[in-house]
Ligand binder design. Structure first.
Ligand SMILES: [Mg+2]
Ligand SMILES: [Zn+2]
Length: 198
């Protein structure tokens, strides 16, 4: 297992690739049965800010891909969401991290759009606009089975890619499972340290 994640980490060093990150349950604490509508309701997951600093060293591009059906349900507006994201990015930058772009799906599940995960539209859209990136090196990190499915569909399209499930139980559908973004970043850092020590 360790060898596999080390390989995922090391083979991307110095290459043009993109790390796609789910938001709720990965960067910030998920509100079960609800939506983060204001900055007051936004809570970083423990260690997430430090994790994002580590991941910024590893990945040349970090893009958040997030389903925000609360907009389609009219529980919040695009402006509400974008205000939260502005604050989130600022806090991440203040902590030495970086978010290069944020893609969100505002649609209702029933609309059957191409951007709502597990559809890979948010990631394929970003990669289409950034042809300098090697899509087959993409890594998708998320806390739900739907995120892993999205990463798998993306990998099928691109002829390669890796998925990471943020979960307490091992997910055999994902290439790697970590208990938190902080735990994942620690594994990335260790692989990078071992790599540079070789
Ligand atoms: Mg999530
Ligand atoms: Zn959508």
């Amino acid at each position: 297992m360790t060898a596999a994640i080390d390989d995922v980490v090391r083979r991307r060093v110095g290459r043009p690739w993109c790390l796609f990150l789910d938001r709720d349950g990965v960067i910030n604490t998920r509100i079960w049965g609800g939506y983060v509508r204001t900055w007051d309701e936004f809570r970083f997951e423990p260690g997430a800010l430090e994790a994002l600093r580590v991941l910024a060293h590893w990945s040349p591009r970090i893009v958040v891909v997030t389903n925000q059906q609360g907009i389609g349900k009219r529980l919040m507006t695009r402006e509400d969401l974008e205000r939260v994201h502005l604050r989130m990015v600022r806090a991440i930058e203040d902590a030495g991290g970086r978010i290069d772009d944020i893609r969100y799906c505002p649609h209702l599940e029933a609309e059957g759009c191409e951007c709502r995960k597990p559809a890979p539209g948010m990631a394929t859209g970003y990669l289409g606009e950034n042809p300098d990136l090697d899509g087959s090196l993409s890594v998708m990190v998320g806390d739900t089975a739907s995120d892993v499915e999205m990463g798998r569909r993306l990998a099928v399209r691109n002829g390669g890619g890796a998925t990471v499930r943020i979960h307490t139980d091992h997910d055999p559908a994902a290439d790697h499972t970590s208990s938190s973004l902080a735990a994942f970043a620690t594994e990335v850092q260790r692989a990078l340290d071992d790599h540079s020590a070789e």
